[in-house]
Write a protein that binds this ligand. Structure first.
Ligand code: M6R
Length: 616
């Protein structure tokens, strides 16, 4: 949600900030804005390209701050676009998060004579800093107090309740930029005679790989020659920079029309990278270095709760079935946004596992914190290295899927399923899973990337089916057992990229209500791989066909018979049942992509959504 980026150095800040905003665009694209003390501010509604077009010739500066907005408080207008400033135009702020006490602060500041020009919560921060600058000057008998900007900024932040990842700049101290973090991610990039502040490392990596991750309650000050970090209370913090190896090039489109397609095409590599070095074929074991420190504790775990949101929660659903059937551990899935409000019963015998691509999803993060508060062992299955969930959990498994830019999550999903399969192997073998079964899972995992490649080669065929149904407004996705999760994921992908109605249900649930919707205009996408529930699924498909409902089936190579029952078939290679969702989702990702593309929708930026949901 919202992206912040700040630069101080010797180069042209305008160009650096605009380029950086482009890498951050997946966080929001309602409006964009930039400020440098030398040239002032420029803002525009919409994406960074709009802002770029508005930049006046000669816009310059060697330091500045920039923002991409995903609107929470206040319409996505130019007036509400960041950076915001105070009454004097000296204090400039970009902010990701929500100032929860903004109404009371605004009332107080307005009563004191401050004039607000936007309807955002962020603007109170600028006036608060202004107020503290005035107060500090009043107490200093005509002498400009030392470090007045930092003191005023910290005093302002102390008054704020809510979440922020923030960068603040003061016109009269242009080389110095303050960053602070409370509940929304902030990283520093340390370069040669230049430094950066951003919501994540993506806009920084083309300049430096030396990244410092701020913790909640910390304030950083960057200048071209250095940085300091202190706790908001004043205590100084020393933290080494981490070398972040993500390749900025990997985050570019590499010739694909959209990141979504590029990332679907990367699904084989994503699975490969998630399992790289983690499968011991000869013994049928999983080697998970990130879990070594808690391996003994995990042996004693009696129950697992997986917390996640959106696509990650569907990976969790399949993970629940993997863990229960193969590792025999009672497992539940909880939606991150529900978990802490339902007073869950947790003890030390419980492991709370967060699944998250970004590692920053506020609801998932809060669920982890709730688990921790109640004494659970917490684990993270996370893609973004150094993200908050990765750091706050006791141990975890990184996905290594590479940066995912498209709002619609695809390659992260297959990686999450792979990581959950590895975890199943790890925990299962701790609990009496046979060596033979371990070897079978290990080998099937090894073969997966090649099999995904097979499905990707069928993209054209899938595009033709998507074209055939181009005018359809409603889709039902139906699945059972491991592929119930696939049905939910398929429906979500279609909804978020095409803005049409798509819903999912368990195949067995059809006759309990969903079947009433079916007629010749309401197609069902039926997950029907050749597995232990195939016959049951076929009965449900028959029930739909009897009511004239068109059916597109996802079936296993070699199942020629299904052709005579359904209207269209998209085939996937055979694998063991537990891993089938990793293959069956691939045609659904491609179907959603082609379906949306033919509508002319920019699939990488679905309306009203953002990649990283760091607000509740
Ligand atoms: O970063 P996370 O995996 O925690 O994100 C969770 C969801 O916000 C995310 O999967 C969302 O549902 C995607 N837009 C789905 O494609």
């Amino acid at each position: 949600m919202c992206g912040i980026f700040a630069y101080t150095g010797e180069r042209n800040a305008g160009e650096i900030l605009l380029d950086g905003l482009t890498s951050l665009e997946y966080r929001g694209y309602d409006s964009a804005g930039i400020y440098t003390p030398q040239s002032g501010s420029v803002k525009s509604v919409g994406a960074v390209s709009h802002l770029r077009r508005k930049m006046p010739p000669g816009f310059f500066g060697t330091s500045g701050i920039a923002h991409l907005r995903w609107a929470t408080h206040g319409e996505p207008t130019e007036g509400n676009a960041h950076p915001h400033t105070d009454c004097t135009g000296d204090v400039w702020v970009v902010h990701n998060g929500i100032v929860e006490n903004h109404k009371e602060l605004r009332k107080r500041l307005e009563a004191a004579g401050h004039t607000f020009v936007s309807s955002t919560d962020t603007e109170v921060l600028t006036h608060l800093v202004e107020e503290h600058l005035t107060l500090l000057r009043q107490g200093s008998e005509g002498q400009e107090p030392e470090n007045i900007f930092e003191k005023a900024a910290v005093a302002a932040l102390k008054e704020v309740k809510g979440t922020y990842g923030i960068a603040i700049q003061y016109k009269h101290d242009p080389a110095r930029i303050i960053g602070a973090r409370m509940g929304a991610p902030v990283v520093l990039g340390l370069g040669e005679h230049e430094n950066f502040i951003a919501s994540d490392a993506s806009p920084i990596l083309r300049h430096t790989r030396q990244i410092v991750f701020l913790e909640d309650g910390e304030v950083a000050v960057i200048t071209p020659e250095g940085h300091t970090i202190t706790k908001i209370g004043g205590e100084s913090v020393s933290r080494a920079a981490e070398q972040v190896d993500w390749n900025a090039e990997a985050a570019q489109r590499n010739g694909y029309d959209h990141f979504m397609l590029k990332e679907i095409m990367e699904e084989p590599d994503a699975v490969r990278n998630t399992s790289r070095g983690r499968i011991i074929d000869t013994d049928g074991l999983a080697k998970l270095g990130g879990l070594e420190s808690v391996a003994e504790k995990l042996r004693g775990i009696r129950r697992v709760i997986i917390v996640a949101c959106g696509t990650a929660s569907y990976a969790a659903m399949a993970g629940e079935y993997m863990l229960e059937e193969n590792a025999r551990i009672p497992t539940e899935v909880d939606i991150g946004s529900e978990f802490r409000y339902r007073t869950p019963v947790i003890d030390e015998g419980t492991a709370v596992i967060a699944v998250s691509q970004s590692g920053e999803t506020a609801d998932t993060l809060e669920a982890v914190r709730e688990g921790k508060r109640r004494g659970a062992l917490t684990l993270g299955i996370v893609n973004t290295v150094g993200s908050t969930i990765a750091r706050e959990t006791d141990a975890g498994i990184y996905l290594h899927a590479g940066p995912e830019i498209s709002v619609a999550s695809t390659k992260a999903y297959v990686s999450q399923l792979t990581a959950l399969a590895l975890l199943t192997l790890f925990l299962g073998r701790q609990r009496g899973m046979s060596v033979a079964r371990g070897k079978e899972i290990a080998q099937a995992l090894r073969e997966l990337p090649g099999k995904i490649e097979e499905v990707l080669k069928r993209s054209d065929e899938i595009r033709k089916v998507a074209k055939k149904y181009a005018n359809t407004r409603d889709f039902l996705f139906m699945g059972r057992k491991y592929n119930l999760a696939t049905a939910f994921e398929g429906a979500l992908k279609l909804k978020e990229t095409s803005y049409i109605h798509a819903e999912a249900c368990g195949a067995g649930e059809m006759k309990h209500g969903h079947l009433a919707m079916i007629d010749e205009k309401f197609p069902t996408i039926a997950l029907a791989p050749s597995d232990s529930v195939y016959e049951k699924n076929m009965s449900n498909i028959q029930e739909i066909r009897t009511r004239k409902g068109p059916v597109i089936a996802i079936a296993t190579d070699g199942d020629d018979e299904i052709r005579s029952t359904v209207n269209d078939v998209l085939y996937i290679p055979e694998t063991i049942e537990m891993l089938s969702p990793i293959l069956s989702v691939v045609p659904l990702h491609l179907f959603a992509y082609h379906f949306a593309k033919q509508k002319g929708i920019n699939v990488d930026r679905p309306r009203n959504l953002a990649k990283s949901v760091t607000v509740e």
